[in-house]
Design a protein around this ligand. Structure first.
Ligand code: SF4
Ligand code: SF4
Length: 433
């Protein structure tokens, strides 16, 4: 299995081991060791929650520098819909798109265009699926990875259609070659302007395809200040935008689901809510739904840690911007026979499925795994159940698991250690007596 390449990491000398991030990690991937945080990389889903929680900026997202656009002859910008929510008083998407051209890109292709196509394909997919099957959106890579490590039984429910950024990258590359036949593949650089580290990780570890058509990922926060200054000088922007309100709506929670024109949906955001919804689905406690949209960040992609603006302010701005847009500008081509005969092209479906990633599994052998589970339960009961974090694990149960895995010992628990010292002292005193 190829090694997973992460986009979230720790700057060790900024970390003072305060434990703020420890308890918020959805996969219990963080431990405090020797006074600073350590990420258990095999568990990390690059959701960015620890970046949001760290008051000392010790956690960071890694992405490509703006200068990397110079590496290609023909540079295409793929702005995420969330980018448009960063600017105050924006009433025309073309200011941002023209700003990107002025910045140095040769072409722009809105990810929102890919989103509108994915909305159409999803409608077709829901129409053709077996009745009763629940479909879970695969657009948020942090959620998809969370499902693959923590909810294996739900892998089969993931929507097997390429995410908007992938579809946009493929179409943009194809269009560039059609318009400029002299370009070789390696001349073209496709740059996604991303709101979150999970999407950086997606490009390095694509889901459902072998290789992403995106070459580099830039951060919205990096390009924002350059764009602000460039945009202030643009008087009459060229008409470049080709998206409607459906595509832009994908930036916030509910945008993807409401574009399906089907009431039987649930849309949730924030990693803790996402986990609760997935738990409920796994336990069979949710019925009557056809589609579930889940976003790891609060508010959806506008809440990603690589944005500059508050998610709810961004969402309100996009709401205003949508008033100037048509419903949708990107459609699945009609086949002979009209609307009812529309089909999902094979090249927009996943090439490979998402598989269970057994990083939380205790042992390959079921008997051994059950024995270890028993040990964990016994040890957990012996701890004070305070979940104080002073042992460096997020909970007493997590410490018990670390001990059973051979990664910690019982003395890590301060209370246990004190009890041990106390009984040693008492033993010594009674021997002295
Ligand atoms: S990015 Fe998310 S999964 Fe990874 S360590 Fe941080 S909080 Fe945990
Ligand atoms: S929140 Fe986590 S990474 Fe930040 S200083 Fe505290 S322990 Fe270190």
């Amino acid at each position: 299995m190829p090694q997973y390449k992460h986009s979230v990491s720790l700057t060790e000398d900024k970390c003072n081991g305060c434990t703020n991030c420890l308890k918020r990690c959805p996969t219990e991937a963080i431990r405090i060791r020797n006074g600073h945080a350590v990420i258990k990389t095999e568990r990390c889903i690059d959701c960015g929650e620890c970046i949001r929680r760290c008051p000392y900026n010790a956690k960071k997202a890694t992405y490509d520098p703006l200068e990397s656009i110079q590496e290609y002859r023909w540079k295409i910008a793929l702005p995420a819909p969330a980018l448009f929510g960063q600017f105050d008083h924006l009433n025309d998407l073309d200011y941002v798109l023209n700003g990107l051209i002025e910045f140095g890109f040769d072409d722009v292709f809105e990810v929102a265009r890919g989103a509108e196509l994915v909305s159409e394909y999803t409608r077709l997919y829901l129409r053709n699926k077996a009745s009763g099957d629940l479909v879970i959106s695969s657009a948020c890579p942090a959620v998809t990875r969370l499902i693959s490590v923590r909810f294996p039984s739900l892998c089969k429910n993931l929507l097997p259609i390429l995410p908007p950024v992938e579809l946009a990258a493929r179409v943009a590359r194809k269009e560039a070659k059609r318009k400029n036949p002299e370009l070789r593949d390696e001349d073209i650089g496709v740059f996604f302007i991303s709101p979150c580290p999970a999407k950086v990780s997606y490009v390095k570890n694509p889901i459902g395809v072998q290789k992403s058509a995106v070459d580099k990922v830039l951060s919205i926060s990096d390009i924002y200040f350059k764009l602000i200054s460039i945009m202030s000088k643009i008087k009459n922007p060229w008409p470049l935008s080709s998206t409607g309100l459906i595509g832009i709506g994908w930036a916030g929670t509910g945008g993807e689901a409401s574009a399906l024109f089907n009431d039987k949906y649930l849309a949730a955001d924030g990693i803790e809510n996402v986990i609760q919804v997935l738990d409920a689905i796994e336990n069979g406690n949710i019925s009557g739904l056809e589609f579930v949209e889940l976003n790891a960040c609060n508010g959806g992609c506008v809440g990603g840690t690589m944005n500059v603006e508050n998610p709810y302010i961004s969402k309100a701005r996009l709401q205003n911007l949508k008033r100037f847009l048509p419903v949708s500008m990107n459609h699945v081509p009609l086949n002979i026979g009209g609307e009812q005969n529309k089909e999902i092209p094979k090249e927009t479906m996943w090439e490979t499925g998402v598989e269970y990633s057994p990083v939380l599994q205790l042992d390959d052998d079921t008997i051994q795994a059950m024995r270890k589970m028993g040990e964990i339960q016994k040890l957990t009961k012996s701890f004070p159940n305070l979940d104080c974090g002073s042992c460096g694990a997020p909970s007493c149960r997590a410490l018990a698991e670390d001990i059973v895995r051979g990664e910690a010992d019982e003395d890590s628990c301060m209370m246990k250690w004190k009890e041990k010292m106390q009984s040693l002292r008492e033993g010594k005193n009674s021997n002295d007596g």
